[in-house]
Design a protein. Structure first.
Length: 211
């Protein structure tokens, strides 16, 4: 088995120390950092994402695989910077104002990172103003808003309105998600995308960045 395939397989098993060891080995072998990232780390995470979508693996397995991916990426980052590798896009993500739930947000964040996007995590209880300010500051293509309470969902509408007011609505896609959120609600507030699971959100985000 090639080193790249081994990295992918071990990442899917969540074996962070071994992934790190093999990334170091791949660098020593002179394998292009972009190939290590795309085919080894992101390739492995993509398999995990697809299995998650099909309910073949669950949140604990995703978390362990993401930890292994991050261990490999940390080691690889200086080489990626040196070789001028650019990220596919930038997303700011957070749970909306008044809502302190973060498990769903964290899983979406990991799936986005697993697709090669740079993710700026704003945490929980994030105001509409902060979402928009940070999107401008980081030149983000995507704003991802999460809510787990029906009482906090309205803040998503405020994010859409603040983005319009700031003049960035045509430059940024607004994605929303969370247990009470629906496609109808997405359409009603003028957001760009609703998905029911994290893996689909990551696919949609990549499609937006490539459009």
């Amino acid at each position: 088995m090639s080193t790249i395939n081994e990295i992918s397989t071990l990442l899917q098993q969540g074996r962070a120390p071994k992934v790190k060891e093999l990334v170091a080995k791949a660098i020593e072998e002179g394998i292009d950092p972009q190939v290590i990232l795309e085919e080894g780390l992101l390739g492995g995470m993509s398999v995990v994402g697809d299995k998650f979508k099909r309910n073949e693996v669950f949140i604990p397995e995703v978390l362990i695989a993401a930890r292994a991916m991050n261990a490999g990426v940390e080691l690889l980052r200086p080489y990626l910077v040196a070789s001028g590798v650019t990220v596919k896009g930038v997303a700011v993500i957070g749970t909306v104002k008044g809502d302190l739930h973060d498990i769903g947000k964290n899983i979406v964040k990991m799936m986005l990172e697993g697709k090669g996007l740079e993710v700026v995590d704003l945490g929980v209880d994030v105001s509409a103003d902060t979402f928009v300010e940070k999107a401008i500051e980081h030149k983000a293509q995507i704003i991802c808003c999460s809510a787990l309470l029906t009482t906090t969902m309205n803040e998503m509408k405020a994010v859409v309105e603040k983005a319009k007011a700031a003049g960035i609505r045509d430059q940024v896609k607004i994605m929303i998600g969370g247990a009470p959120v629906t496609q109808d609600y997405c359409d009603a507030i003028g957001a760009d995308c609703y998905t029911s699971d994290a893996a689909s959100a990551a696919d949609a985000a990549v499609a937006f960045c490539q459009a």
